[in-house]
Design a protein around this ligand. Structure first.
Ligand SMILES: *[C@@H]1O[C@H](CO)[C@@H](O)[C@H](O)[C@H]1NC(C)=O
Ligand SMILES: *[C@@H]1O[C@H](CO)[C@@H](O)[C@H](O)[C@H]1NC(C)=O
Ligand SMILES: *[C@@H]1O[C@H](CO)[C@@H](O)[C@H](O)[C@H]1NC(C)=O
Ligand SMILES: *[C@@H]1O[C@H](CO)[C@@H](O)[C@H](O)[C@H]1NC(C)=O
Length: 353
């Protein structure tokens, strides 16, 4: 079974983006019970809170984009953590993040932030593309520093709407709960809301002005500009940095979250916060949601987190000869595509015991 498993992993990492995409689409479990794209009826959507159900009924056409946005977030999470012990997958398959969400760790902070970011991203873009009845292109004000003779008002991503709608929708499930002041649950609630906001603000901070040239053949004497969201990879990279510098928090006597170590600058609404330290994710543990690293591929020569020493937590590893399929002998065809052959080569693979 281990061999089979590693074969599967090898296919996954080798060439086949398409295969991976398919697999991930099939893996259409939903983050924090946001729903998968195609189901139109709010009553069929599992895991919506009461407030979210109401929003769903009012804005049915938004649901597909909320689902896709959350999935984009998850995919980005799995990319960002592909070399880590915790790889953004969990024991509990009812939600992608499952039980990891139950402890208020850095990883949980990241998953909330990136899912919220994915939703802002998807809804803002859907507005621009004319997919939603209640919004259209961005009507953001012309930036003051835009050169006078450039035109403002190409159809931009509607960040304003995307931000407001997803705040309403994503935060609803936290906002409708109420817990005694000073309780653990109230701390988690504040943590979740803070990280949702940090995710949304990251998308908003990275949005930029994009322009297109017009004018006599390439003279670029005229430009039209609009508001453009950053590539989601940039959002993932930025949130990963925030994950590394996330702030440890605790409840104070007035029931507010405050920073554990007061010598650091307090976190802003753009930063991630957490309230519990992370498990080491070495072994499978139902109660923390750790899958463990048994069976994970590792890199024999790396001294980083993907290296066998750290990845396998000192348990050692097995070595296999594995065949991987690669794209090779690629030729450029006029015009314009690239055609490749598939070559098989044998490589050494290392798999954690
Ligand atoms: C989780 O996985 C188990 C076994 O693979 C399966 O029986 C169960 O239906 C899955 N649950 C969900 C919610 O997908
Ligand atoms: C799982 O994790 C919890 C919390 O860290 C710990 O108390 C428990 O002993 C662990 N269980 C196993 C089987 O390792
Ligand atoms: C994450 O690691 C687990 C084992 O720890 C593995 O089963 C799973 O396929 C990995 N997920 C991804 C997306 O690589
Ligand atoms: C393993 O790690 C080394 C050193 O970091 C790196 O040069 C190499 O490309 C890695 N190999 C794989 C298969 O990722």
């Amino acid at each position: 079974p281990l061999l089979l498993n590693s074969e599967k992993l090898i296919r996954e990492i080798s060439c086949c983006r398409d295969w991976l995409e398919q697999k991930k689409t099939a893996f259409s479990v939903v983050s924090m019970a946001y729903i998968i794209g195609a189901q139109p009826l709010c009553s069929q959507l599992v895991g919506l809170s009461q407030g979210q159900k109401k929003l769903c009924q009012l804005y049915q056409d938004h649901m597909q984009y909320i689902g896709e946005g959350a999935k984009t977030g998850i995919r980005e999470c799995q990319y960002q953590f592909r070399h880590r012990r915790w790889n953004c997958s969990t024991v509990d398959n009812s939600s992608v993040f499952g039980r990891v969400m139950q402890i208020g760790s850095r990883e949980t902070a990241f998953t909330y932030a990136i899912s919220a970011a994915g939703v802002v991203n998807a809804v803002s873009r859907a507005c621009r593309e004319g997919e939603l009845s209640s919004c259209g292109c961005s009507r953001a004000a012309r930036p003051k520093d835009l050169p006078r003779d450039w035109l403002w008002g190409g159809c931009g991503d509607n960040l304003n709407y995307g931000y407001r709608f997803s705040k309403e929708f994503v935060d609803a499930r936290e906002r409708e709960k109420s817990y005694p002041k000073g309780s653990y649950e109230s701390a988690r609630l504040m943590m979740n809301l803070h990280n949702n906001e940090a995710g949304r603000r990251t998308v908003s901070d990275l949005a930029h002005v994009s322009c297109k040239c017009h004018g006599v053949s390439g003279s670029c004497s005229l430009k039209t500009c609009w508001l453009q969201l950053a590539d989601f990879r940039k959002v993932g990279d930025a949130l990963k940095e925030k994950y590394d510098s996330a702030a440890a928090m605790k409840l104070n006597s007035r029931g507010k979250l405050v920073q554990m170590h007061s010598k650091f600058n307090p976190p802003t609404s753009h930063d991630l916060v957490y309230i519990e330290s992370s498990p080491d994710y070495c072994l499978k543990n139902q109660s923390t949601g750790s899958l463990g690293t048994v069976g994970r591929l590792c890199n024999k020569t790396s001294e980083g987190m993907d290296g066998c020493e750290l990845m396998c937590c000192g348990r050692g590893y097995d070595q296999y000869k594995a065949q991987i399929v690669e794209r090779c002998h690629c030729k450029f065809h006029w015009c314009c595509y690239v055609k490749c052959k598939r070559c098989t080569k044998t490589v050494d693979q290392f798999v954690c015991k």
